[in-house]
Design a protein around this ligand. Structure first.
Ligand code: OGA
Ligand code: NI
Length: 354
């Protein structure tokens, strides 16, 4: 990443970050203690469900505290992530993603055809993770993805596995609360997670001399139902305000120590038939400081047919999307994320019923 910026990183003028963004009111901060204490009162849970429901509706994003994930574990993973990325490129490339599995290290991801100023290490929650071999609807063949095993830092894999266990517990709790907020059976979403394709991503955003031109991650929506993100104290995540008219307004998510940032993604938007919309977000880079973040992407089983839930549709509110197969969507995305292409990659609006 030399003196002259590589044009692959340069955002179109209308998508460049605003460096003098004013601090608006932040995304909601929600205390999860009603579900993490031993004797929760039903009324406290009911209030929490309401809070979650309105955060999903108004923002699509919120932060949670008292979530039950041990801070010591998060710190252990953050430290391991720093050590991993501090290695030479040559050493990191020993665990590069490859044809047989997209997990591992890489530094050339593109979002909407512009290269992101970041490097990542992906680790699957389930091993093996079963997915379709190709995005072709008529091709029934499957493939088994496995994880890379870096030898450095010490016990990297063990720490990642322990962290994933905690993320899974939190994900189930959040999905129950979201289901209840939609008036669904609390465990309504569980069936989709049996052979889930979830993964944890370690993000490293190196300092960037061109914060006015490039982004750490370009504007995008997360494709799964739910994301649980740990960000460090540097900041840079921005969320697009809903309900704005012509002007695009981005709100900075100020780091809250030990909190997790939660957002609903595209699949929740489809399941809820647009009641909870997936919101665009992006990551600014910083000219002085490097930044680390750790999203956990909750993804369903590859053979999940994603469609508006029957309980949430009726004659007056007919399904707004045609069903699609999650695994095919995922492979489509994987194929397009790693090279510049001439067309938009697959999006849920392609399944929208006009
Ligand atoms: C992502 C993402 C945000 C961040 O990886 O999808 O939105 O703060 N990351 O790193
Ligand atoms: Ni994202």
């Amino acid at each position: 990443m030399g003196v002259e910026i590589d044009q692959a990183f340069v955002q179109d003028p209308q998508h460049r970050p605003n460096l003098s963004i004013t601090k608006a009111q932040g995304i909601p901060l929600i205390d999860l203690s009603p579900i993490t204490t031993t004797n929760p009162s039903p009324s406290a849970i009911e209030a929490l469900v309401k809070e979650i429901g309105s955060a999903c509706k108004e923002w699509g994003f919120f932060q949670v505290t008292n979530h039950g994930v041990p801070l010591s574990l998060r710190e252990k993973l953050e430290e391991a992530s720093k050590k991993f990325f501090a290695q030479s490129l040559e050493d990191k490339k020993k665990v590069s993603r490859d044809e047989t599995s997209p997990s591992g290290y890489y530094d050339t991801e593109h979002t909407k055809n512009v290269r992101d100023w970041k490097e990542v290490f992906d680790f699957l929650a389930k091993e093996p993770t079963i997915v379709p071999l190709t995005s072709n609807e008529l091709d029934d063949r499957i493939i088994r993805w496995t994880n890379k095993s870096p030898t450095y830092p010490h016990n990297f894999r063990g720490i990642l596995e322990e962290y994933i266990e905690e993320m899974e517990k939190l994900a189930y709790k959040l999905l129950e609360l979201i289901a209840m907020s939609l008036g669904l059976e609390a465990r309504r979403f569980e069936e989709f997670l049996k052979d889930q394709t979830s993964f944890v991503r370690l993000n490293h955003y190196p300092p960037c001399p061109y914060p006015h031109l490039a982004l750490g991650v370009g504007r995008h929506k997360d494709p799964g139902p739910l994301t649980i993100l740990a960000q460090d104290d540097v900041g840079g995540l921005e969320v697009k305000l809903k309900h704005n008219t012509d002007l695009e307004q981005w709100v900075r998510v100020e780091p809250t120590p030990n909190a997790y940032i939660i957002n609903v993604g595209d699949i929740m938007q489809v399941w809820s038939n647009d009641a909870y919309e997936s919101v665009e977000h992006r990551v600014m880079v910083n000219s002085e400081k490097e930044r680390f973040s750790i999203p956990y992407f909750v993804f369903p089983a590859h053979d999940t047919e994603v469609k508006p839930l029957e309980e949430l549709t009726n004659e007056n509110n007919p399904p707004k999307y045609r069903p699609y197969k999650w695994g095919k969507f995922l492979i489509h995305r994987k194929d397009s994320n790693f090279q510049k292409q001439n067309e938009e990659n697959i999006q849920i609006h392609h399944f929208k019923i006009a």
